[in-house]
Design a protein around this ligand. Structure first.
Ligand SMILES: NC(=O)c1ccc[n+]([C@@H]2O[C@H](COP(=O)([O-])OP(=O)(O)OC[C@H]3O[C@@H](n4cnc5c(N)ncnc54)[C@H](OP(=O)(O)O)[C@@H]3O)[C@@H](O)[C@H]2O)c1
Length: 396
């Protein structure tokens, strides 16, 4: 029985709260805190209607460490689940260190003024978490998160050596808007417009944004154009998977999404440098976020499925082997269960399961951990139980 503090009342936060509320034997008390209290209030009402459970809510600016520390001291949780934005990661880790509480997130730190993410900033907390006997679990979403666990599962059960990994993320959902992003538009567009990058033979290879594509035949969804992108789990997996020769990440985009993105980029709407407008500075990408549909509002109108998985190639008992480990998730089913679309759902469920692993002691340790550092078996078992069943297809 454990108290958990969830920070961030967005699309993902809503799923995390609903899923934690379903597992009363682990999450005995839940507090949801965020910048805008009204969003917490809406989620509180939905959780009450769907599960009958009462949760606490609070207003917090998680960039203000003292405020977060005061909230943690007042609620006294065993774990803080950070599903605010990547900008808050280090501030919330600082608050956890100060109060002696474990930490979990779904996305690695990104400085607000530079479209760059990497684990270094958070890996630098290793000694401080170790010294206090605290655990920080990084990237417990789907990708990163489940994709790392799929790789650990492949290494443990199916391969003696893994040589090649391709992570493939397809969303065949249709929300009916001409253009919208499935999660926070600012974070999403920063990620998609960045240069591509993959790891091969011990070195990083850079590509122009979205310049490399393949048609991949996804289970259930069929062939889709998938574009090579840099994604944060590549950094930890390239370091942690021994014997690896190459790892890449691919995401599907519709031609319509890419057409809108190209125009927005060409006119400067995706920029993160402030520009002067009617006497005040505005950041174009933040202004664009204000115009685009709120990702949390897409749930009721999105139809179709997602498929995310890892194609892993290597050697078992001296023989070549290739397989695809994946999940297929249906937008409408997610909406019926928790009132959110599948992108928030596929992130929120693994955050809840990661928290469950830590709170039940299945995953324990002092320091900063990536998902593949830990035993994949109990996590894989819970995916099947809590809404993200996985399948394996042997390809060779
Ligand atoms: N690993 C994965 O598979 C995966 C996939 C998708 C997303 N993610 C990550 O999940 C996280 C949440 O994404 P989302 O789509 O839910 O985003 P979102 O809908 O924009 O929600 C973010 C929430 O955080 C709150 N917030 C922002 N700054 C805050 C602050 N300083 N203090 C307190 N609360 C603050 C926002 O408050 P307001 O309501 O006031 O704006 C909002 O409610 C992001 O880090 C994203 O990168 C991970």
């Amino acid at each position: 029985m454990s108290k958990v503090l969830i920070i961030g009342a967005g699309g993902v936060g809503s799923v995390v709260v609903h899923k934690c509320a379903q597992v009363v034997e682990v999450f005995s008390e839940i507090c949801l805190a965020s910048r805008t209290l009204a969003r917490c209030e809406n989620i509180r009402k939905s959780v009450k209607e769907r599960t009958g459970r009462d949760i606490e809510i609070a207003q917090v600016d998680a960039d203000n460490v003292a405020e977060t520390v005061a909230l943690i001291r007042r609620f006294n949780p065993k774990l803080v689940i950070n599903v605010a934005l990547p900008y808050q990661d280090l501030h919330i880790m600082d608050a956890c260190l100060e109060t002696g509480v474990d930490y979990l997130d779904t996305a690695n730190y990104e400085p607000p003024d530079e479209a760059k993410f990497c684990y270094k900033w958070q890996w630098d907390y290793q000694e401080r978490f170790k010294a206090k006997g605290l655990m920080a679990l990084l990237g417990s979403g789907f990708d990163p998160g489940v994709t790392n666990v799929f790789c650990a599962h492949a290494a443990k059960h199916h391969f003696d050596e893994i040589h090649y990994v391709d992570i493939l993320d397809a969303n065949a959902g249709d929300h009916g808007h001409p253009f919208a992003t499935n999660f926070n538009p600012e974070i999403n567009i920063r990620e998609v417009t960045a240069r591509g990058k993959y790891w091969e033979n011990g070195a990083w290879v850079e590509t122009e944004p979205l310049s490399v594509k393949q048609s991949y035949d996804f289970p259930v969804l069929g062939p889709k154009n998938a574009y090579l992108m840099y994604h944060e789990e590549l950094e930890s997996l390239a370091k942690n998977l021994k014997g690896l020769k190459r790892i890449r990440f691919w995401m599907t985009f519709s031609d319509n999404y890419l057409k809108h993105l190209e125009v927005l980029q060409n006119v400067g709407m995706t920029g993160i440098e402030p520009v002067l407008f009617e006497g005040r500075e505005i950041v174009p990408l933040q202004f664009l976020k204000a115009l685009l549909p709120d990702p949390a509002s897409l749930g009721s109108r999105t139809k179709g499925k997602t498929c995310i998985g890892c194609e892993v190639e290597g050697v078992k008992n001296g023989k070549h082997r290739k397989m695809f480990i994946y999940n297929v998730c249906d937008h409408e089913e997610c909406y019926r269960e928790v009132g959110s679309q599948a992108i928030s759902y596929t992130t929120g469920v693994p955050a809840m399961i990661g928290a469950m692993m830590m709170l039940t002691g299945k995953w324990r340790g002092a320091g900063v951990f990536n998902m593949e550092d830990l035993d994949p078996d109990p996590f894989m078992e819970k995916l099947n139980i809590h809404g993200l069943p996985w399948l394996e297809k042997v390809m060779a």
